[in-house]
Design a protein around this ligand. Structure first.
Ligand code: PRP
Length: 179
């Protein structure tokens, strides 16, 4: 595979694995007996969702929503829902599973949407958090895997122009790829 656009590994698959286990343990303790509904955001969070849910040691359910807001490397600021959740959200304790919080617009929009659909509670678990890009200041992200610097990153589900989602590590994309 041609990985010439990758400049370095930011978070290794071993580090991801360890942190996902910690998050799973914390969420299991917080939601024990509450039958939480995990909603993974496609496509970026698909790999994180698959790994996280196997670390949840209490009864839970799973659904997905497909959203997009990026055109290549640029946030358009418009959150488009490509495919809705399938399960009723009324009265459910929902945990949105996200790969990265950047501006925060996607999660603000989803949190409000799920509350409007009748969820009893809506919390967020995001593997990555890029605080330097935040536009929505008052967004609560209850569970965060890693804070990351202002770099364009790919791998473990995250893409650049739909490529690199298959990399097991989280890697920095060389600036020359998108400038
Ligand atoms: C990415 C990422 C988050 C969102 C975060 O999705 O997966 O859903 O952007 O950005 P924000 O905090 O600025 O809203 P993208 O639109 O690239 O779609 P994808 O998950 O299919 O790659």
């Amino acid at each position: 595979m041609d990985n010439s656009d990758i400049s370095n590994v930011l978070i290794t698959s071993d580090e991801i694995d360890k942190r996902v286990k910690e998050l799973g343990k914390e969420i299991t303790e917080d939601y024990s007996g509450m039958n939480p509904l995990f909603v993974g955001t496609l496509k970026g969070a698909v790999i994180f969702t698959a790994d996280l849910i196997r670390e949840i040691k209490t009864a839970c359910e799973l659904d997905f929503i497909s959203v997009s807001s990026y055109d290549k490397s640029e946030s358009t600021g418009i959150v488009t829902i490509n495919s809705e959740t399938k399960m009723p959200l009324v009265g459910r304790n929902v945990i949105i599973v996200e790969d990265i919080v950047d501006t925060g617009k996607t999660l603000l929009s989803l949190k409000q949407r799920f509350k409007d659909l009748g969820a009893k509670s809506v919390k967020i678990v995001s593997l990555l958090n890029k605080p330097s890009h935040r536009i929505i200041d008052d967004l609560d992200v209850e569970y965060i895997g890693f804070d990351i610097p202002d770099e364009f990153i790919v791998g473990y589900g995250l893409d650049f122009d739909e490529k690199y989602r298959n990399l097991p590590d989280i890697c920095v994309l060389d600036e020359s790829a998108y400038q």
